[in-house]
Design a protein around this ligand. Structure first.
Ligand code: TYM
Length: 341
C-alpha cells in the first residue's frame, strides 16, 4: 500500500489555511492510504520557542488532528522528536544536498530576512530535515499547501541524488536501482494557498501580528463572525464567472474558502452568489465557517484538557513510527557504508 506522510509545526495558532490546505486532506486520505501525521517539534525550534509553549502547542496540534477526524488507532500520529531516526537521516541528507540547492529556497530567504548572519543553521538546513521526515518512511504521497511545493521538489532531488550517488551500493545490497521513492506532493482544490483576511497579497500565517488576518481553529463563533465581517473586500458585487475573480485577490480568497469549506468548486459558489452583494455572501460564509469550525474548536479545547491521553497517543504513534524508520535507517547505514552491529 502506498504511504502518506505530512507534518505540521507546533508554533502558535493553527488557522484556516492549515486546516484547508493540509489537515482536511490528511483526513480525506485516510481511507485509501496508510498515513503518518507528524507534529514537527524539531522544525519548530529552528526559531527559538518558549519550552512550555512548545510542549503545549505540540499537544494542541495533536488535539487538532484528532478533532478534525484523524484516527490515531488506524493511522500514525506522533511528534518528530520521539523518533530519533529523523535527525539521523537528516544528517546523511545534509551531506547529499548541495549548498546551491538550499540557497534557492524562497522560504528561507523570507524567514531569514536581512539579518542572515543571525538566523540558526537549523533554519537553513530545515528542508533537509523535511526530506528526511518523508523519506525515512519511504512515503509516496505528501499532502501540503502550495507554500511547501519548493521544499517537496528539494526532497525529490535529494531522493534522486542519494539513489544516484549510492547506486552501486544500493544494487549490491539487493534494493534494485532505487532505494528512495520520489514523493508526490498532493496540492489540490480551491484553498491550497489561503490568504490573509486583511491583505489579499499576503498568505494567512501563524506569525501575522494581526489576529484579524486569520481564523484560528480555536476561535469561537463570535470571533469567526467578526473576522469575516471585517475581512477586506472591494466595493463590487461578486462576479458570476471565475475569471472575474482574477484581478480581485480578496474576493477570490473568500470564494475559495467558501468553496473548500462546502466541498464545491469556485465556479459553483459563484453560480450561487454571483451578481449578489458581498454582505449576503459574507453572512453565508459566517454560517458555513461557524458550522464547520465551531465543533472542531470545541473538541480541541476538550482534548487539550487531557494531556495524559494526548501524550499516550504520541507515545504509541512514535513506537509505531520508529519501527518503520529504524528499518529504513538500517538499510541506509548498509548502503552508505556505516558499520553496524
Ligand atoms: P506549517 O506548519 O507551516 O503548515 C502546515 C501545513 O499547512 C499548510 N499551510 C497552508 N495551506 C494553505 N494556505 C495557507 N495560508 C497555509 N499556511 C500553511 C502548509 O503548506 C503545510 O502543509 N515545513 C512544513 C512542515 C513539515 C512537513 C514535513 C510537511 C515538516 N516536515 C514533511 C510535509 C512533509 C511547515 O512548515 O508547515
Amino acid at each position: 500500500k502506498e504511504r502518506v506522510f505530512s507534518g505540521v509545526q507546533p508554533t502558535g495558532n493553527l488557522h484556516l489555511g492549515n486546516y484547508l490546505g493540509a489537515i482536511t486532506k490528511f483526513v480525506a486520505l485516510q481511507d485509501n492510504y496508510d498515513c503518518i501525521y507528524c507534529v514537527v517539534d524539531m522544525h519548530a525550534i529552528t526559531v527559538w520557542q518558549e519550552p512550555r509553549e512548545l510542549a503545549h502547542a505540540t499537544r494542541e496540534v495533536t488535539a487538532a488532528f484528532i478533532a478534525c477526524g484523524i484516527d490515531p488507532k488506524k493511522h500514525i500520529v506522533f511528534n518528530q522528536s520521539q523518533v530519533a531516526e529523523h535527525a539521523e537521516l537528516a544528517w546523511v541528507f545534509n551531506c547529499v544536498a548541495r549548498l546551491g540547492w538550499l540557497n534557492r529556497m524562497t522560504q528561507f530567504k523570507e524567514k531569514a530576512g536581512k539579518d542572515r548572519e543571525n538566523v540558526s543553521v537549523g533554519l537553513y538546513a530545515y528542508p533537509n530535515l523535511m526530506a528526511a521526515d518523508i523519506l525515512v518512511y519511504r512515503a509516496t504521497h505528501v499532502p501540503v499547501g502550495e507554500d511547501q511545493k519548493q521544499h517537496l521538489e528539494l526532497a525529490r532531488d535529494i531522493a534522486q541524488k542519494f539513489n544516484n550517488d549510492y547506486g552501486a551500493s544500493i544494487q549490491n545490497h539487493g534494493y534494485g536501482d532505487m532505494f528512495f521513492p520520489q514523493p508526490e506532493p498532493i496540492i489540490q482544490g480551491p484553498a491550497t494557498r489561503v490568504m490573509s483576511l486583511r491583505d489579499g497579497a499576503k498568505k494567512m500565517s501563524k506569525s501575522d501580528a494581526s489576529d484579524y488576518s486569520r481564523i484560528n481553529l480555536t476561535d469561537d463563533a463570535d470571533a469567526i463572525a467578526q473576522k469575516i465581517r471585517k475581512a477586506k473586500t472591494d466595493p463590487e458585487p461578486l462576479p458570476s464567472e471565475e475569471k472575474g475573480l482574477e484581478p480581485r485577490p480578496e474576493a477570490d480568497n473568500l470564494v475559495g474558502i467558501y468553496a473548500a469549506l462546502s466541498d464545491k468548486t469556485k465556479a459553483q459558489v459563484l453560480g450561487e452568489f454571483g451578481g449578489g452583494q458581498f454582505s449576503t455572501f459574507k453572512s453565508a460564509l459566517v454560517d458555513l465557517a461557524v458550522a464547520k469550525l465551531g465543533p472542531i474548536g470545541a473538541e480541541m479545547k476538550k482534548l487539550v484538557q487531557d494531556p495524559v491521553y494526548i501524550d499516550s497517543v504520541l507515545a504509541e504513534g512514535s513506537d509505531r513510527a520508529r519501527v518503520i524508520a529504524a528499518d529504513t535507517m538500517k538499510a541506509v547505514k548498509d548502503i552508505v557504508g556505516f558499520v553496524r552491529r
